[in-house]
Design a protein around this ligand. Structure first.
Ligand SMILES: C[S@@+](CC[C@H](N)C(=O)[O-])C[C@H]1O[C@@H](n2cnc3c(N)ncnc32)[C@H](O)[C@@H]1O
Ligand code: SF4
Length: 456
């Protein structure tokens, strides 16, 4: 695919990843513990099912690139015990407000590193979830693991509990890059964990890779991708390095000169994308790849892909619930985020309060724009007829002000339009965040672009 340098320059700006709309900077303390309690009660009145996310924030060592919400601790039983005690209080409060057993159709333990918990602690947590909710074991039950610290026995215990999907951080195999990001993880270690997962029959194994890390070049990253292809994970998330040193202070350690920017970074992405496509992977939306046998590829091909705080996902459930520090939920058209700082999370729960920090109740306009942005991010099109059926407005009338943006995208080869729909082109898929930004009401406001990583 040829990308014109002017197009690249024009669209290489800071922008959201649209794991939510409105995006997190628009959330505020208008959503309180009280709001959340009423949202949970309303959820208890209907038959909607649940996607449950549990955030375990601990890691044993800091990766300098990491922009996740994590807490570095030596692995000690008491750290996990103290955490579980508070998490169980939160679960009890939440289940109490819901007031009935709900069906979990997607379960995800993320972090940090959820396998920081011992085998016994993991069993205890799983048992507690089952005591309050029903779980559909035919759907995705996923956990994030760190291949440097997980053991074969722990994987065996997790499989026994019912986990069927593994996601592991691989990032990059190059020794110099690994040294610079403070994450030494040789190929053989990943290959070993991969074999354990296969022997235990996990249905899907995902690797996270990051392009744009310091000291990465086209050549070194090609070697990483070649090695990954050799191992054949079912899914690959190929993330663009989010360089946000104002949020993630350890990123300030990086030598700016060593970070690939702009067209070099894009070249690394395009080269990797082509390599994966040549080797049996299908491109799923923006930054995911999957073997055609994997459920994510099937969902994408059937137009059933969704997007939430974990990125792209299958959506077998109606509503999202997040537990643990910084976890996010979306229920009854309301985003709710827990406090991020661990002592604050503990403090709130010790006092028997839901640890809510902020959120957003969607206005009617937010709901319309959320729908359009989701359609673009997940299905790469907006069907004007379905839009009319859903909201009762003609697409052209509602988005009169966005007409100019749509025209620009068409002229730059990012979109095509016919009377029935707008469709994202292959080039537009790479710049999909930019396409969506034109529909984001809040970016029109002063300083709207400042708080995000770059889109490419
Ligand atoms: C919670 S971690 C994965 C599990 C485990 N902690 C590990 O690292 O192996 C989630 C993923 O987020 C991605 N990530 C973290 N910081 C990032 C950044 N600044 N830019 C892009 N991706 C990032 C990494 O690929 C990482 O594997
Ligand atoms: S990448 Fe994973 S292991 Fe590394 S600091 Fe982030 S969450 Fe922890």
């Amino acid at each position: 695919m040829l990308i014109d340098k002017n197009t690249l320059q024009k669209y290489d700006v800071a922008g959201p990843r649209y794991t939510s709309y409105p995006t997190a900077p628009q959330w505020s303390d208008e959503v309180t513990a009280q709001t959340y309690a009423s949202v949970l009660k309303a959820f208890g009145q209907n038959d909607k099912t649940l996607s449950l996310y549990i955030h375990v924030p601990f890691c044993e060592q800091l990766c300098y690139f990491c922009a996740c919400n994590k807490v570095i601790r030596a692995r000690e039983e008491k750290v996990g015990d103290e955490f579980l005690e508070h998490l169980f209080t939160e679960m009890g409060l939440v289940a109490g407000f819901i007031g009935r057993r709900k069906l979990i159709r997607q379960l995800h333990w993320g972090g940090g590193t959820p396998t920081f918990l011992s085998e016994e602690q993991s069993e205890k947590l799983f048992t507690r979830i089952r005591s309050l909710f029903d779980i559909d074991f035919n759907e995705e039950i996923a956990i994030e693991i760190d291949p440097r610290t997980v053991t074969q026995n722990k994987l065996k215990v997790l499989r026994g509990l019912g986990f069927n999907r593994i996601s592991m951080g691989v990032q990059d195999f190059d020794a110099k890059v690994q040294d610079d990001i403070n994450r030494i993880q040789p190929y053989e270690q990943v290959a070993q964990v991969h074999r354990w997962c296969r022997d235990l029959n996990f249905k899907s194994v995902n690797y996270d890779l990051i392009y744009g890390l310091p000291y990465q070049t086209r050549e070194t990253f090609k070697k990483t991708v070649d090695l990954v292809i050799g191992l054949r994970p079912d899914r690959i998330a190929l993330y663009s390095f989010a360089y946000v040193p104002w949020l993630s202070k350890p990123q300030n350690k990086f030598n700016l000169q060593a970070i690939a920017l702009h067209d070099e970074k894009l070249d690394i992405f395009i080269q990797s994308r082509e390599n994966l496509l040549d080797h049996g992977y299908q491109a799923i939306a923006m930054d995911h790849f999957a073997l055609t046998t994997d459920d994510m590829a099937k969902a994408f091909n059937q137009g059933l892909l969704y997007r939430n705080f974990m990125g792209y996902t299958l959506k077998p459930a109606d509503e999202y619930l997040g537990l643990g520090p910084s976890a996010i939920g979306f229920l009854e058209k309301t985003y709710v985020q827990n406090v991020k700082v661990l002592p604050d999370y503990y403090d709130s729960l010790s006092k028997g309060r839901l640890p809510v920090e902020r959120g957003k109740q969607l206005s009617p306009d937010d709901q319309v724009r959320q729908w359009v942005i989701n359609s673009l991010m997940c299905g790469f099109k907006v069907d004007k007829g379905v839009f009319f059926d859903t909201f009762g407005y003609e697409f052209e009338d509602y988005f009169d002000q966005e007409h100019r943006h749509i025209r620009d995208c068409i002229e730059d080869g990012l979109l095509c339009e016919d009377p029935r729909r707008i469709t994202v082109t292959d080039l537009g898929k790479i710049f999909i965040r930019n396409v969506c930004m034109g529909f984001d009401h809040y970016l029109r406001q002063k300083d709207g672009h400042r708080r995000f990583s770059r889109t490419v």
